[in-house]
Design a protein around this ligand. Sequence first.
Ligand code: ATP
Ligand code: MG
Length: 342
Amino acid sequence: MSTNLYNLPGFGGGQANEPQPGRGGPAAASGGEAAPADPALAPAGESRPSSVGDVLAQTQIEPVLAELDRELVGLVPVKTRIREIAALLVIDRLRTAHGLTAQTPSLHMCFTGNPGTGKTTVALRMAQILHRLGYVRKGHLVAVTRDDLVGQYIGHTAPKTKEVLKKAMGGVLFIDEAYYLYRPENERDYGQEAIEILLQVMENQRDDLVVILAGYQDRMDTFFQSNPGMSSRIAHHLSFPDYSVDELLSIADLMLGQMNYHFDEGALAAFREYVAHRVQQPHFANARSVRNALDRARLRQANRLFADRDAPIDAQALTTLAESDIRASRVFRDGLSAPHRS
Ligand SMILES: Nc1ncnc2c1ncn2[C@@H]1O[C@H](COP(=O)(O)OP(=O)(O)OP(=O)(O)O)[C@@H](O)[C@H]1O
Ligand SMILES: [Mg+2]
């Protein structure tokens, strides 16, 4: 069994049964017939979209874009690119409705950036957008790494890669650190076999599978230089910048709100200090490090509250992270310059 292969919650198999606004949404025929396979190919009773507004109403992608704006701090260049891609696809729907589009546009993408910059999160949203616009049937995301695709022995790689592709069909295949598929130092590396199968499917089944390659920018550049076939199949390159300290604090605030916690005044100031130092340390992973730091603060808060078993605890106490919950971090304990992870 693969350990790294997972269908992310909320976007997995169940999604296929959810109402699909692009296919059976507000403008769908009310006859109880099966939803049309393609929102732009309107059946009798459903009006052919004649404006951008029609496609937006039929596909309901605006709420997804709005959610992306709301739930992700910063990432302005990424959000802009996603809107551009969405616009391209909306126009493609209209072109299809007018019989002007000959083939499915190539939608394979590459997301580059450091750890914790939001690549997986955005890929999930992208899968949702593509689904709503009718470019993938199910809209789920299957996230894998080299180990899920490449076998250890002769004859193992092809079945492994094909199994993953089968699971991802109708959705998005997200390959994290995709460059590890290519190991030039080992002549007989099985990664090459996986790449060749992927290339074929990316070309022949692009109407039913979108592949997103993710990883560090420099390694991805090298990978593309050595694999021009892969490079030429990637239509969209999105680069995810590191977050500024202010953005990281906004991300913390957003995460705390979602979890029903907040900082008190002292904790907020301490956390700002914490982040300002943490960004300079090794192994800093942007929003992921923020999430981890908050998890540890919640742990300390729980232990602080737990220690006094007779004190009444109100909602305020249960939701408040105090300065001491932050300052107990090793970043403060070992001196602010010491390179530590937590
Ligand atoms: N801009 C953002 N606003 C709010 N939360 C964010 C943002 N970017 C990332 N996060 C959160 O940070 C965590 C890590 O993000 P994600 O897994 O998408 O990053 P990644 O680039 O895929 O990282 P990795 O390379 O480590 O896999 C997630 O919990 C995500 O919700
Ligand atoms: Mg990720």
